[in-house]
Ligand binder design. Structure first.
Ligand code: AMP
Length: 466
């Protein structure tokens, strides 16, 4: 199927030619015609699926015709969970809408100065992209007239709810005309998302594009068991020095650890930078630009800040701290394998965090392969339960970074002494067998190895490219 067959306006089709996209993605094939027919939509789709174009193209198609209503307020409103995602959406709107006469967009996001936003509002933008909090700030100043709004998009609705935006969203939606079309995009349509969807849409068509697994088929997902923070640093060093790595996003659990890790990496000579929510917007923009330009090779980021990053050169995602939820994992690894390329996602996991890996595998429907870096094998074997008594007081998991709480149930589930399952291959014994004599046992059953500082410098390279 071609884009022309979707029924889009010729001006929009013309702009699409400049993007180099040849065929619509699955979510675009399903969502665009339904949206053009005027239906409300509930779409379960994931980052990397082409979902942004799936809602922007039919919205811009509308804008190719003049509004039937008087006024000069926005005609399309896109609500996004984060500033980065909002900026990304605006960028795409400008690309797909470049052929529309005088299309104006505005991005109203927190952390950015109000002045330029007031200025942009004075030009009566047709497309408004906003994070809920900042939009409410503007609404309270009485600066926005939604009387001719035609389309509301809730992008990554699940994420907005996770971030506690429910009241803000309800407050905003109450100000919008009933006649609008509502397009809701979310990783999941269950639970709370289903509830707001029922409240905010009418006779919505439900579109569920292929499973998470299909979208991540181009991402090689690997898991490295780790003993402690020192071990993580050594593993990271090996990964970052791999010749196959062009650019990487390294995820940490907290803003502070993102800052600290990026500083450490810079000291080690890596072109690293941090990205987190405490940074002023102009600094975040500059950091992202340097990433796009290739000046930054390693971005150390937190979950929220990294949403929406779309840089084709990112070959690797490294979860220095394992994500707290399966949804976060999907979003994180979606930073690589962009624009049809292959990517590698490596997650550092302590044995105690295995429950989380099971959640991720259940959520994505894909096994995450256990791997080892020769010479840097973990002291504790992955196929053994990490019951505390086995290790006495040593507790190698004790130095889990502060501020990286695991969900209780995931943290505890595998501490019950049950033997590991081989359900999905994440305890792949074959990867461990010949690794090295590092797995020789001490009398107490622990492997007889330590992480001598120089050890990884003389290590053999892994069998495959990292
Ligand atoms: P998204 O899921 O909206 O974050 O989009 C993921 C990536 O796919 C972005 O880099 C888009 O520019 C790209 N993209 C969107 N639609 C298409 C398409 N039909 N063909 C190829 N790439 C696309």
């Amino acid at each position: 199927m071609s884009f022309a067959e979707l029924g889009l306006h010729p001006l929009v089709l013309k702009c699409l030619e400049t993007t180099g996209y040849t065929t619509p993605t699955e979510v675009q094939r399903q969502a665009v015609p339904a949206a053009l027919d005027g239906h409300d939509l509930l779409v379960s789709s994931h980052t990397g699926s082409g979902k942004t174009a799936a809602f922007l193209l039919p919205s811009l198609h509308r804008l190719a015709q003049p509004s039937a209503l008087p006024g000069n307020g926005p005609r399309v409103l896109v609500l996004c969970p984060t500033r980065e995602l909002a900026l990304q959406v605006q960028k795409q709107a400008m690309i797909y809408g470049a052929g529309l006469r005088k299309l104006r967009t505005v991005c109203l996001v927190g952390g950015a100065p109000f002045g330029p936003q007031f200025q942009a509002l004075r030009h009566h933008p047709e497309v408004m992209i906003a994070t809920p909090g900042r939009l409410i700030d503007h609404l309270e100043r009485g600066r926005i007239d939604f009387s001719r709004l035609e389309v509301l998009v809730l992008d990554e609705a699940d994420r907005m709810l996770d971030m506690g935006f429910i009241e803000d969203i309800e407050h905003i939606v109450a100000r919008l005309p009933q006649s609008r079309q509502t397009l809701l995009f979310s990783a999941t349509l269950d639970g709370m998302v289903g509830r707001i969807a029922a409240e905010m849409t009418r006779d919505a068509r439900r579109i569920e594009v292929a499973s998470h697994a299909a979208h991540k088929a181009n991402i090689d997902q690997r898991l490295l068991f780790t003993d402690d923070v020192g071990h993580k640093h050594k593993l990271l060093d090996v990964l970052l020095r791999d010749v196959g790595l062009s650019q990487a996003v390294v995820f940490t659990a907290t803003k502070k650890s993102a800052e600290e890790l990026s500083e450490t990496l810079r000291e080690q000579g890596f072109a690293a930078a941090a990205l987190h929510g405490d940074m002023p917007q102009h600094k975040r923009n500059r950091t992202l630009q340097r990433l796009r330009d290739g000046q930054t090779r390693v971005l150390v980021a937190t979950d929220v800040a990294a949403r929406g990053i779309d840089v084709a050169g990112i070959s690797h995602v490294i979860n220095f701290d394992a994500p707290r939820q399966a949804e976060d994992y999907v979003h994180r690894i979606g930073r690589t394998g962009r624009a049809g390329r292959a990517g590698i996602a490596v997650t550092f996991v302590h044995g105690r965090e295995r429950g989380l890996i099971r959640d991720i595998e259940r959520y994505t429907g894909q096994a995450v392969r256990v791997d080892v870096i020769p010479g840097l094998e973990p002291m504790a074997r992955a196929d053994r339960p990490f019951a505390k008594p086995r290790f006495g007081k040593g507790k190698p998991w004790q130095d889990k970074p502060r501020g990286a709480p695991l969900r209780d149930h995931t943290a505890q589930r595998r501490d019950d002494g049950r033997p590991g399952e081989n359900r999905s291959g994440w305890q792949d014994e074959r990867r461990w067998g010949p690794a090295s004599n590092a797995l020789a046992r001490q009398p107490d059953g622990r492997p007889a190895r330590d992480h001598a500082p120089a050890r990884h410098d003389t290590r053999p390279r892994g069998r495959q490219s990292w």
